[in-house]
Design a protein around this ligand. Structure first.
Ligand SMILES: Cc1cc2nc3c(=O)[nH]c(=O)nc-3n(C[C@H](O)[C@H](O)[C@H](O)COP(=O)(O)OP(=O)(O)OC[C@H]3O[C@@H](n4cnc5c(N)ncnc54)[C@H](O)[C@@H]3O)c2cc1C
Length: 600
């Protein structure tokens, strides 16, 4: 069924509007076409990537390029590219699904794939002129050419708009000459095309250019970087020395580069979250397989409560990650469709559709990149000494996972961005935070209800808890905005604490809504482990919200106000019936053990 404007929340609105479970998309809603895509990508991963893992770990860069080319031949590089430019023109959910299931074999390929299809191609599909798209996108969509994205410089990392690379217009006005140094450039070693950001004269903002890779045109590469993980992903410095670029290769307009860079990253962030999902599933499947086999004290280690805890927590975080990623992906897809129906070009619609959910993209990037790292860490622990050995896949999974917290904007930057963007949206009137924040303040001053609610219906208490966590965010962020106004951005610890609250709300709510939807379809018995995972995830979320809320309130409020807010926090983070998380973990672990894999 086509979604209508009223069914789809705007970006960030999840915080102030209740979402019905029928209105969230879940992995169980994949269409036949999406299921076929998933199968095809999984089969590719099983055939072309996983068996060659040792070669990737031995820095076989040529193999990465070869597998990328094969992915191109099968159309996987063009999933998101419109058919008019040689792609498959599939929707945003299919794009995320491809990133998800192609990425678990090795972070080396996953990074090459993500850099090429995301930041290497998207700037042209989103901002290119018709001529630029006709000329370059079909080559990128099929893997005839590979793309790279040159934003970072030695002195310009998180502060991406501060780059020193210059672009100087020639006297005849026909070309720009680019000079400068870029670093940490993924795919540099085998790319044919680069999206390069440079500054024209003293412009406030950088400008984007499409630059063909040609050694004869003043482009040289540094040696391959020796990295902790993603070892066969090509990462080099790129030097531009009087590189001549025709004026028609400028992307969008002069000074538009920073906007392009940021929007390309928005798309990249949700895709990166997707790209961490199947790694989590695989890690858990391999870990439970080992735990079922490995015996100590004459007992399979999977039977020990200590190991069950790990299996259950790994499963719950992967489940929440899937739930939130596909929920947001479908919101983006629907928003794009709505904008197209309203007369926007596909290009405009896609740009605005993704921009709308930039908050969710940042939330997902942070949450899932940290979950996959934790998952790999526990994977090593389940393998014991063998986990520390290069002979088992846990060691490389752990090393590969680490980069996801750094690129596409570090997790610190993304945490601050998520809250910063939300406050900006509220100020522009796009999301009404003020009204709900005032209502929370009034509630704090009123007399709490002492009625005992009826929580017998499935998830009624959990859904009430989510509402209370949202109130906590409004109380904390609202209080901080009131106290510091525009200077809030100087209070990074507060912003980061608020972001942690925001992240937990989105992830926990997504897991609950997915499960509620599936219970209605498949019944409670069939979903009992999923119910347990949603409850377990929420329990931890509540703890984090309480901790982060407390430190925030103490830092910006004093005296009676502080006391009132801390009492509010206590009320908003209190269960009437605490879930027995020991039992929940056992239920989840038993299911995973019995199936011998991640099975949700
Ligand atoms: C393997 C790899 C591949 C990469 N691929 C690409 C690519 O293809 N193209 C590309 O352009 N770039 C790429 N990058 C670069 C990557 O995007 C940057 O490393 C990242 O944005 C961080 O920049 P930085 O390394 O300069 O760290 P810095 O910006 O120096 O940050 C260092 C630390 O300070 C923190 N910090 C920085 N500023 C602030 C602030 N204002 N407030 C609070 N904390 C702050 C950061 O969060 C971080 O913890 C890649 C990097 C790696 C390692």
């Amino acid at each position: 069924m086509e979604a209508t404007e009223k069914d789809i929340l705007r970006g960030g609105q999840f915080l102030v509007k209740e979402t019905k479970c029928e209105d969230v998309f879940t992995p169980e809603d994949f269409s036949e076409e999406q299921k076929m895509m998933k199968e095809a990508v999984m089969e590719f991963n099983d055939r072309e990537i996983i068996p060659h893992k040792p070669r990737f770990e031995a820095k076989d860069f040529a193999l990465t390029e070869e597998v990328m080319r094969k992915a191109g031949e099968l159309g996987f590089l063009g999933v998101a590219v419109p058919e008019a430019y040689g792609g498959l023109g599939m929707g945003f959910v299919s794009t995320c699904l491809t990133c998800d299931y192609i990425s678990s074999g090795t972070g080396s390929f996953s990074t090459a794939f993500g850099a090429h299809t995301g930041i290497g191609t998207m700037p042209i599909t989103l901002y290119g002129t018709e001529e630029q798209k006709q000329k370059y996108v079909p080559k990128l969509a099929t893997g005839e050419w590979f793309g790279a994205y040159c934003l970072t410089e030695p002195g310009a990392g998180s502060d991406a708009n501060s780059g020193k690379t210059t672009a100087e217009l020639s006297a005849d006005g026909k070309t720009y000459k680019i000079n400068g140094q870029k670093m940490w450039i993924s795919n540099a070693g085998f790319c044919s095309l680069m999206i390069v950001f440079a500054r024209i004269e003293d412009d406030k903002n950088i400008t984007g250019f499409i630059v063909e890779n040609d050694a004869a045109n003043g482009i040289t590469m540094g040696e391959e970087e020796h990295k902790l993980g993603i070892r066969a992903s090509s990462t080099r410095q790129v030097f531009f020395n009087d590189t001549v670029v025709p004026v028609e290769n400028m992307l969008a307009g002069r000074g538009e580069g920073f906007k392009i860079a940021m929007n390309a990253l928005n798309v990249g962030r949700i895709k990166l979250a997707a790209a961490c999902l199947d790694s989590q599933r695989r890690i858990l499947s391999i870990a439970v397989n080992y735990a079922n086999e490995r015996k100590q004290f004459k007992t399979p280690i999977a039977d020990f409560g200590a190991i069950k805890t790990k299996l259950a927590e790994m499963a719950a975080s992967a489940y929440a990650g899937e739930s939130a990623t596909y929920r947001a992906a479908k919101n983006i897809e629907d928003r794009i469709a709505l904008r197209e129906a309203a007369g926007n070009s596909h290009q405009e619609a896609e740009l605005k559709g993704v921009e709308e959910y930039a908050i969710e993209c940042s939330i997902l990037k942070v949450a899932v990149s940290e979950d996959v790292q934790n998952c790999a860490d526990e994977g090593i622990q389940i393998f014991g000494g063998m986990g520390f050995s290069e002979e088992t896949p846990m060691e490389s999974a752990w090393r590969d996972a680490r980069i996801a917290r750094i690129y596409e904007g570090t997790n610190e930057i993304n945490r601050m961005l998520s809250v910063g963007m939300l406050v900006k949206k509220a100020m522009k009137g796009h999301v009404d935070l003020l009204g709900p924040a005032q209502a929370v303040q009034e509630e704090l001053m009123g007399i709490p209800s002492f009625d005992t609610p009826d929580y017998s219906e499935l998830f009624s208490e959990e859904k009430e808890m989510i509402k209370k966590l949202k109130k906590t965010f409004l109380m904390v962020a609202g209080g901080a905005v009131q106290k510091y106004g525009p200077q809030l951005e100087d209070h990074q610890q507060l912003l980061i604490a608020a972001a942690d609250i925001l992240i937990e709300i989105y992830m926990a709510e997504s897991a609950i809504l997915r499960t509620e939807k599936n219970v209605k379809r498949y019944g409670e018995d069939a979903q009992s482990a999923q119910i347990a995972m949603a409850k377990l995830y929420l329990y931890h979320a509540v703890d984090i919200v309480e901790e982060k809320g407390k430190e925030s309130i103490i830092s910006f409020a004093e005296g009676d106000e502080q006391r009132m807010m801390l009492m509010g926090l206590k009320r908003f983070t209190k269960y009437v019936n605490y879930p027995d998380i020991v039992d929940l973990r056992i239920e989840i672990a038993e299911k995973v053990k019995a199936e011998n894999k991640y099975c949700f």
